[in-house]
Design a protein around this ligand. Structure first.
Ligand SMILES: C[S@@+](CC[C@H](N)C(=O)[O-])C[C@H]1O[C@@H](n2cnc3c(N)ncnc32)[C@H](O)[C@@H]1O
Length: 272
């Protein structure tokens, strides 16, 4: 743990900045987390302490540093086919829709793209056997430019694909050799189906949707209750009636005004 002093005023100022700008909410219990995540950065930049770092975060010409702080304060943990029952449900559901209508899916806190490419594998498989229309697409967004840049490259350590079947690995991935041993890259035929873009869920979003299924998994933990409800309602406004909405199973049901019904834990259907 770094020895940099972190007084309550600095904690409050960073908390306010993160809340006002990106909707991230930090309870007092998170003070040591903020300290441990930001102190190494402050030292790396050769700054005197938190006050100097806050001045940097407040300086609009230092947007890159602000982005870096957001990255350090959030967690990007993700992996392929996380919560497999959600993908099983999506597959069953899409199978009943016939193969005439285009399908659009949104991964709304996509992190490194594992969720989007898992969905792409599933849809590509369904297209192969004629169960869905060839016209399907996935939009994948996140607030972090760093994860999006990596997602666009679509290179992953094998461990993150531990739940991908050998058939899918053969069909959709390229295995690295030599210095890239232990890594895989998603093939172009899937990469071209996924459109990555930066989006802050706490700000208005226009020009998106409508979608047939939306993943909003493991991101609401960063928001306070009113922000959670607002984000969920705005996200749900882009879901077609009858469409599927996924949250992280551990997140529980989030209060929202839009009528939704639980299908399985963490998966909901918007009222038709
Ligand atoms: C733990 S990851 C979830 C990844 C994936 N959905 C999953 O469940 O495996 C949370 C992601 O939310 C993103 N995030 C945090 N605040 C956000 C915001 N205000 N708008 C959009 N994305 C945000 C983070 O950058 C991070 O990549």
């Amino acid at each position: 743990m770094s020895a940099l002093a972190f007084h309550n005023t600095a904690f409050k100022r960073i908390g306010d900045l993160m809340y006002e700008t990106v909707g991230l909410s930090f309870h007092e219990s998170k003070k040591s987390l903020i300290h441990s995540r930001l102190a190494p950065r402050i030292q790396k930049l050769g700054l005197d302490g938190f006050d100097e770092y806050i001045s940097l975060l407040e300086d609009e010409s230092q947007a890159m540093e602000f982005q870096m702080a957001v990255d350090l304060l959030t967690t990007n943990e993700t992996y392929f086919f996380r919560e497999p029952k959600h993908y099983d449900l999506l597959q069953d559901e899409l199978g009943t829709w016939g193969n005439r209508r285009p399908i659009a899916v949104w991964s709304a806190a996509a992190s490194f793209g594992d969720e989007a490419f898992s969905t792409a594998m599933l849809l590509a498989d369904m297209q192969l056997v004629g169960k869905i229309s060839p016209e399907w697409s996935i939009v994948a967004t996140d607030i972090s430019q760093r994860v999006l840049l990596s997602a666009k490259e679509a290179i992953y350590p094998m461990d993150r694909l531990r739940d991908v079947s050998p058939e899918r690995l053969r069909r959709y991935c390229l295995r690295g050799f030599g210095p890239s041993e232990g890594q895989v890259q998603i093939q172009d035929k899937l990469r071209e189906r996924v459109q990555f873009g930066q989006l802050n869920l706490c700000k208005p979003f226009d020009g998106l949707g409508p979608f047939d299924a939306i993943f909003l998994r493991n991101v609401l933990i960063y928001f306070d209750p009113p922000t959670k409800a607002d984000v969920v309602d705005r996200v749900l406004s882009l879901l077609r009636p009858g469409g599927l909405f996924f949250l992280g199973t551990a997140e529980g049901r989030v209060p929202c005004k839009t009528p939704i019904k639980t299908v399985i834990p963490g998966a909901y259907r918007k009222a038709a």
